[in-house]
Ligand binder design. Structure first.
Ligand code: ADP
Ligand code: MG
Length: 692
């Protein structure tokens, strides 16, 4: 553990800079939160106040420079204007980390942004790590540190929370009171001018008290580091990315840019790294709590046990809508379970124990036992509805059967679906205390259980050193690379491009067409002409010399004189898009999906951070709504998915070897059976490398 993380979470001496004896002021709230005897914080607390010699009984100094040394952590709640000076003092007093609570910085506009830059500069100059500004603070339940706005210290537990919004720091406390959810460390990053989510994830990944990491992200500061860190850790990470609505700022010149918004890339990257991605804050906290209590779901097959047929059916629908399955059990397993049920019960799955409540405990026990010890099922969900929930012996039976299976080395998760009155709450608390999540009603049960399953990250290819793709000679003012060079580069890279040539006049066009074989396609080649078919610059089905020469002449009339690209006309097939681009936070991204001229209307693409291997590329097909088009339809042969995966994966690696390239769009790649042929390629260089 490096010094600043230690200082932040386990400070031996903390200074509240801007401490106040006046209730209602932030300086009072932070000091009294930190000082609450019930939290058991054993570090020394000091106050920094311009004139007082003590605040609420704690010694006070006029400046950090005059305070006893060392101060590990400064919690800064002074008014805005004083903050750059306070951070300078932190530097002078060798305070390793400062948490700036005060708001009014970059979140308010240009003036605030300037002040934030001053603070960042002062921190850098003084070697101080900055948390915030504009944040909720920091909590460590192990040391009893509550240097935050939270009205209390949450219960101890395995979840560490990284949040941008302070509201979720508070929500964590209420989930711990209401749901017994335990937390290890909580930190709010606010404006993230210094420490960011990737820095903390890196720390939590090796922090022994953290079993599960929950992250609420509004923005992502260092996408690539976040991805690399998340992919490298075995600890479950649950993340909610807010601000998912489309990013309208990005110019939509290329499809890859338009279809890979910042939010889409972030979500794809998190999933690719094996993160449990959720869509709302309550699910974030509850899934994190579930993963602290139970192992993740490592399969799709769910065994449901219920005393209500209707609830079992509802739960089955909801589980299946989340991509899980409630499969029929084998005859042997059914027979084993049926032995414990009344004759009118069902052991098919959902297992229906009927209303014979006098035998509930024994029937739940036998069913949990059988499902836990069977390899037909990946998770067990007892539904406890009304009477079964009200009977303490049923909860006891589920706990006992689960623990027996755990003792026998079974690692599959058990989650209870709870539909009961408040009067049964003591039984629910008993289950929670035994580490069995109890979700209210089927919808939350299905959502939470499904979110505990995440894909195992695929191995990532290593890029061979050297062998960089050379910068092409002809790049126009907008960064676009001419077709001839684009196609040549792709050919040199071993990619399958349609036979092509650049022609300078109508006669040459006709002569080349004769060599290529009819029909051919002619495309006007002009600088700035990027959406060619929209502009009438693509002519297909040219069947003879005369048609080719005429098309060339038409282009000259329409666009002024200039060359054309002539191509072999590829037989119709499925039009796919494969593209790559550089994201400013996540780096190289690869995209694949259904392409052609309908691409933006379909918006059916999958994204991954590049480089990827063939397995990762194959996993992209499962995300396409139009996946069926790939496996052969209306008498067409299926497309060779291994070859397509190989093309996507090798393009992702090729792009990583072309650091001058900003984006690349192959649209379409025409696919028919085993054949994959690129007929259009659009490449744009990063502006500064144009002149490099
Ligand atoms: P742009 O994307 O700039 O409009 P394209 O070169 O992609 O231009 O051509 C538009 C459409 O024309 C393609 O989506 C494809 O349907 C068809 N097309 C273009 N070139 C060929 C070709 N060589 N063989 C068959 N069809 C082609
Ligand atoms: Mg195109």
């Amino acid at each position: 553990m490096t010094a600043w993380q230690d200082a932040l979470f386990a400070p031996r001496r903390v200074a509240i800079v801007g401490a106040s004896a006046t209730p209602g002021k932030a300086g009072h709230l932070f000091l009294s939160n930190l000082a609450k005897p019930e939290t058991g914080f054993a570090g020394e607390i000091i106050a920094i106040h311009p004139s007082a010699t003590e605040v609420l009984g704690y010694p006070s100094y006029s400046s950090l420079v005059l305070a006893p040394q060392p101060v590990d952590l400064a919690i800064v709640v002074t008014p805005l204007a004083a903050i750059p000076g306070v951070i300078e003092d932190c530097g002078r007093a060798s305070v390793p980390v400062a948490v700036v609570i005060t708001g009014g910085f970059a979140e308010t506009g240009p003036q605030g942004a300037e002040l934030q830059r001053d603070v960042v500069q002062a921190a850098a100059a003084g070697g101080v790590r900055l948390v915030g500004p504009n944040c909720f603070g920091v909590i460590n339940t192990a040391t009893g540190l509550n240097a935050s706005l939270s009205i209390g210290l949450p219960a101890k537990g395995g979840v560490s929370l990284i949040t941008q919004s302070g509201a979720y720091g508070m929500a964590a406390y209420s989930r711990s009171i209401d749901e017994g959810a335990g937390f290890a460390k909580i930190i709010a990053l606010g404006n993230k001018a210094g420490v960011n989510e990737a820095d903390l994830l890196e720390f939590f990944a090796r922090d022994p008290e953290t079993k599960v990491v929950a992250m609420l992200l509004e923005s992502i500061s260092d996408g690539r580091k976040l991805f690399d860190t998340a992919a490298a850790t075995q600890k479950p990470i649950v993340a909610l990315k807010t601000g998912r609505s489309p990013n309208a700022q990005r110019a939509a010149a290329s499809h890859t840019a338009a279809l890979s918004s910042d939010a889409a890339v972030a979500l794809a990257a998190l999933r690719q790294a094996g993160v449990h991605v959720v869509e709302d804050g309550l699910t974030l906290l509850d899934v994190a709590a579930s993963l602290a209590r139970q192992p993740p779901l490592r399969g799709r097959r769910i065994g449901v046990i219920t005393n209500s047929g209707g609830t079992g059916v509802e739960l089955t629908d909801l589980l299946e809508s989340k991509g899980l399955a409630v499969p029929v059990l084998s005859p042997t397993l059914q027979a084993a379970i049926a032995a414990a049920l009344p004759p009118h019960g069902s052991a098919v799955n959902p297992i229906d124990v009927t209303t014979e409540w006098s035998r509930f405990a024994a029937m739940y026990d036998a069913s949990v036992d059988a499902l836990m010890n069977s390899d037909e099922i990946d998770a067990v969900v007892p539904v406890l509805l009304q009477r079964s929930a009200l009977m303490p012996e049923v909860a006891d039976a589920i706990i006992a059967a689960t623990e027996r299976a755990r003792g026998g080395g079974v690692t599959k998760p058990v989650h209870v679906c709870w539909v009961a009155p408040r009067t049964a709450e003591a039984n629910r608390e008993k289950l929670l205390a035994a580490g069995i999540p109890c979700h209210y009603w089927p919808a939350a049960t299905a959502a939470n259980l499904a979110a505990t399953s995440a894909r195992a990250p695929c191995p990532r290819p290593t890029l061979s050193a050297g062998g960089l793709i050379p910068v092409p000679a002809s790049i126009d003012a907008g960064g676009w690379v001419g077709s001839a060079e684009a196609f040549s580069l792709l050919q040199q890279g071993g990619f399958p491009v349609a036979r092509w040539a650049i022609v300078a006049d109508a006669i040459q066009a006709a002569n080349v067409a004769d060599e290529i074989q009819y029909p051919v396609v002619l495309k006007a080649e002009r600088s700035g002409l990027v959406h060619k078919s929209d502009a009438g610059a693509v002519r297909v089905n040219l069947a003879d010399r005369a048609a080719v020469a005429q098309a060339f002449t038409d282009f000259c009339e329409k666009f002024g004189s200039g060359p054309a690209l002539i191509q072999q006309q590829v037989r119709p097939g499925v039009e796919l898009v494969v593209g790559t681009r550089r994201d400013k936070s996540f780096g190289p991204v690869v995209m694949a999906g259904l392409g052609g001229v309908w691409i933006e209307a379909l918006n059916d693409v999958a994204l991954r951070l590049a480089p990827i291997g063939d397995d990762e590329a194959s996993s992209m097909f499962d995300e396409l709504k139009g996946r069926k088009l790939l496996s052969g339809f209306r008498g067409r042969p299926p497309i060779s998915l291994p070859r397509l995966a190989q093309l996507i994966a090798s393009l992702s690696r090729w792009f990583c070897a072309a650091p001058w390239l900003d984006e690349l769009d192959l649209n379409p790649v025409i696919a028919e059976g085993d054949a994959l042929i690129i007929v259009d390629a659009r490449m744009r260089a990063i502006p500064h490398s144009i002149h490099a």
